[in-house]
Each structure stands twice: as C-alpha cells, then as structure tokens.
Design a protein around this ligand. Structure first.
Ligand code: HEM
Length: 434
C-alpha cells in the first residue's frame, strides 16, 4: 500500500501542471512543486534536506538503527561532500582515477562478445566510479557477483518498503544481504587501506560514532552512499547508448567524434581533462539524455515552515513533511524545448558553429533544483562522456539478430524512482573491438 502511494505521488509529480500540488498522506503532507516555485524554495535550503529523507526509508530500505538515522539527520553533509567532490583539484583527481579504471576494464574485454548492453555498461561505469571512491581492490570493482547484486538492489531498493518485505521483496533482501556481507569481509581484509578512501571519509557512521568500527550500520551506510553516487551516472550512460542505437544517424556522428585521431593525447588516449571541448556532440547527447530522464528530487522539512505561493495563501509545512521538486517539468516544458520536447534530439544543445550552447544548458535542471546542486556533477558528467566515448571508439556495436533488425524502443521502468528513470527493457549486442 505504501509503495503504491509513493508510486501515485511519483506519477503525480511527473505530470504536475500547477505551481504546487499538496497531497495529504496521513500523517504527512507531500508538496509537489513546479518550476515557478524554484526561487521561493531556494530560500529554504537550510530548512529542507535531501539527506533527511532517510527518516522515511532508513529503517526499512537500509536496515539502519534509529541512532544512525538520527545521526544522519542531525548534521549537514553538504560541506564534506563539496570538499571531496566539487573542489577543482579533487574533481580532476577523481575523474583521472575513474578514467584509469574504465580504461583498464575496457582493455580486459574480449575482442568479440555478445552481452546484454545494460548490465555490461552499468557495471563498467559504476565500477569505474567506485574504484575512485572505494579503491581498485573493492568488491564494486573486482567481484562480478557483488556487482550483479548491486545492480539488482539499485533497481529494487524501494520494494523493501513493501509490507512483509521478507516475502514480497525477496530479490532486494537477498541482494542487500550479499552486499553487506561482502563489504564486511572486504573491510576486514583491507582494514588500513579503507581508512584512506573517500567512501570512508564521507561515511555518516564514521563521522558520528567513535565506535564506528563495531557499528553494523557502517556497511548499511556504505550501501546507501553507493546507491546515491554510482547509480545515476551508470543509468544515464545506459540510456544514452540506447537512444543512440535507435538513431543510426546520430550514432554515426558520435562515433566519428570518438574516433577522431586529433583529439587523442600523446599516449594515444582520450584526454579526459579536455573531454567536454573535444566531444561537443557527445556532450549534447548526454545533456539530452539527462533532460529526458532526470525526474524529481525529494526533500524533507527539518522544521515547521511557511512556503510562499505566488498569488495564493502560503503553504504551512510541519517538520517531517515532504517536498518534491519536479525537475522534469522544467526539462520537458514545450514552451522552452518545443513541441518535440519528449523526443531525443541533441542538436538543440549545439550552437550553429557546433560548440555546446551555454544558454540552452542553463535551462536544464538535471543536477538539482532550488538552491541545491549535485557536488559530483563534474565527476559524473565527465565520467559518462569518458566511458561512452571509449566504448564507441574501441568497439563496434552490432545487432546479433541482424544488422537490418531494429532494436526495441527503450522503455522506462514502472514504479518509484528517486531522481531519475531507469531503462526497463534489455537488448543483447555484439561488441567487436575495432
Ligand atoms: C550524471 C551524473 C549525476 C547526476 C545527474 C546527479 C544528480 C544529482 C541530483 C539531481 C542531486 C540532488 C540535488 C538536489 O538536492 O537538488 C544530487 C545529489 C548529490 N550528488 Fe549527484 N549526480 C550525478 C553524479 C554524482 C556523482 C558521480 C557523485 C559523487 C562522486 C555525486 C554526488 C552527489 C551527492 C553527494 C549528492 C547529495 C548532495 C546533498 O546532500 O545535498 N553525484 N546529484
């Protein structure tokens, strides 16, 4: 029932056409807002928090104790996150580590393989980012069974909110148990090196509990963090290639860009430091992918507050009420993007001279809304560009069912997604090294 209600709210958000839509789901009010509320809500960033959503899902989805949930709710993680991910030097170092890990994984691929595209690309992207955050020896990088369980739970985590979830969400329970147990043994065997990893430095239990080493929630928080940081770039990489495969004309342009020898560095590699400038069309395709598939962000009110609504009475929110900020209503608005706002058409992000259009990019809301921005946006964006550019440079993607057979349209997964949509249907491809 609760899962159904969340699903209902989620769909209401995506289709919301009014500045605010207030739904009472006792004991909580859920306020769904559209773009006209952005400047009003940006005045309330300190009273509302994404991290505090953990009060709603922490116990059921992550098996967290009340003490940990309260610890997460009582501090603001943003300064730590900004320091680790947004500062120019840290972001550069992270992207360099991610690109090394991606290169290694790509080099170890067979010359020809038939594989399901989604899992293959998801694992490539998530393991590359994880290598920079958890270290290259972590199970996110080296353990295929772990990676499969991680992909499973990244799609099914919200089923853990179902009643009798031990029976009604068995796949998610199994994946969570496997992940936690493997994280435990990985840390046990790499006790010293884990302390040097970013994943440790941002772990809410390590930050709040001096006895963190014996606190079982340390690992549950790692799962929470990994779902927050690894899944969006991995899912967006999958969406982007699925869209390109549906449009051979666009794919050809991206492949031409990726295989241009002039953009390689002295060692013959794609220069990750210049990736945005070297790949304007690929970057346009990525912005278009984000535009179509980033959805809505939840925030929990930390205190009672009044939200001013243009030409109407203010809305009173109590501590614990939920606000949903719909990014998709910015990103799919036909007044801004034209009548084909629902279709994949990346040229809108290019100027006549073929460079990225800063004014069009500014209209997007894909890295956050209302005064809060993703601190990992540079790392995430450049990771996807690097991974997809290298895949298309190194491999031809062939349809094993025949070159004239078209792939099925990518479909969006039903149900409840925080922040972004996932692709529901899978395709098998043949990857042939060029
Ligand atoms: C293309 C990939 C990515 C997209 C589209 C994306 C998008 C977002 C969005 C929409 C938010 C919510 C912002 C808000 O509250 O309005 C967010 C939060 C966050 N993102 Fe990203 N993200 C991406 C990749 C990453 C990566 C790779 C990292 C870290 C390496 C990261 C770290 C974070 C963190 C720590 C937060 C929470 C910020 C807070 O607590 O306020 N993200 N991201």
């Amino acid at each position: 029932m609760r899962y159904q209600v969340y699903s209902f709210v989620y769909n209401a958000i995506l289709n919301c056409a009014r500045p605010t839509l207030s739904i009472n789901i006792f004991p909580r009010k859920v306020l769904v807002t559209d773009p006209s509320m952005e400047s009003v809500l940006s005045r309330h960033t300190s009273e509302t928090s994404l991290a505090n959503v953990i009060f709603l899902i922490g116990r059921r989805v992550f098996d967290l104790s009340d003490a940990t949930i309260n610890a997460i709710g009582s501090y603001d993680p943003r300064p730590v996150h900004v320091g680790e991910f947004s500062s120019a030097s840290n972001a550069r170092a992270l992207v360099a580590q991610v690109s090394n890990a991606a290169n290694q994984r790509l080099q170890s691929q067979p010359d020809v393989q038939e594989t399901e595209l989604g899992p293959w690309l998801f694992k490539l992207t998530s393991s590359s980012v994880a290598s920079a955050l958890w270290g290259p020896e972590s199970p996110f990088v080296v353990d295929d069974e772990f990676q499969t369980a991680f992909m499973e739970i990244s799609g099914s985590q919200m089923t853990l909110l179902r009643p009798f979830s031990k029976y009604t969400a068995q796949a998610a329970h199994k994946a969570r148990a496997l992940i936690i147990s493997k994280l435990k043994s990985f840390h046990f065997n790499n006790r010293d090196s884990r302390l040097r990893q970013i994943a440790h430095r941002i772990n809410a239990v390590a930050l709040s509990d001096t006895e963190w080493e014996s606190n079982k929630d340390y690992f549950n928080v790692e799962l929470l963090t990994s779902l927050g940081l690894l899944v969006t770039p991995s899912s967006m990489a999958v969406w982007m290639i699925r869209h390109l495969l549906m449009r051979p004309d666009l794919l050809e342009r991206v492949v031409k860009e990726a295989r241009n020898p002039d953009i390689l560095d002295a060692e013959g590699r794609i220069d990750v430091a210049r990736i945005r400038e070297s790949f304007p069309f690929l970057a346009a395709c990525l912005y278009e992918t984000l535009r179509l598939h980033m959805t809505a962000i939840p925030r929990l009110a930390k205190t009672d507050l009044d939200i001013a609504v243009p030409n109407s009475q203010p809305i009173h929110l109590k501590s614990g009420d939920l606000i949903y900020l719909a990014m998709s209503s910015f990103n799919k608005d036909t007044a801004t993007w034209g009548s084909d706002a629902g279709t994949f058409s990346p040229d809108k992000f290019l100027t006549n001279s073929g460079s990225l259009s800063a004014s069009m990019v500014r209209k997007l809301r894909v890295f956050g809304v209302a005064g809060n921005l993703c601190p990992g946006r540079k790392v995430g964006f450049e990771t996807i560009l690097f991974v997809v550019a290298n895949v298309l440079r190194d491999f031809d993607i062939e349809n094993p069912r025949g070159e004239d057979v078209t792939y099925p349209e990518p479909r969006t997964e039903d149900g409840f997604g925080i922040g972004f949509e996932r692709c529901a249907n899978e395709i098998t491809v043949r990857l042939r090294r060029v």
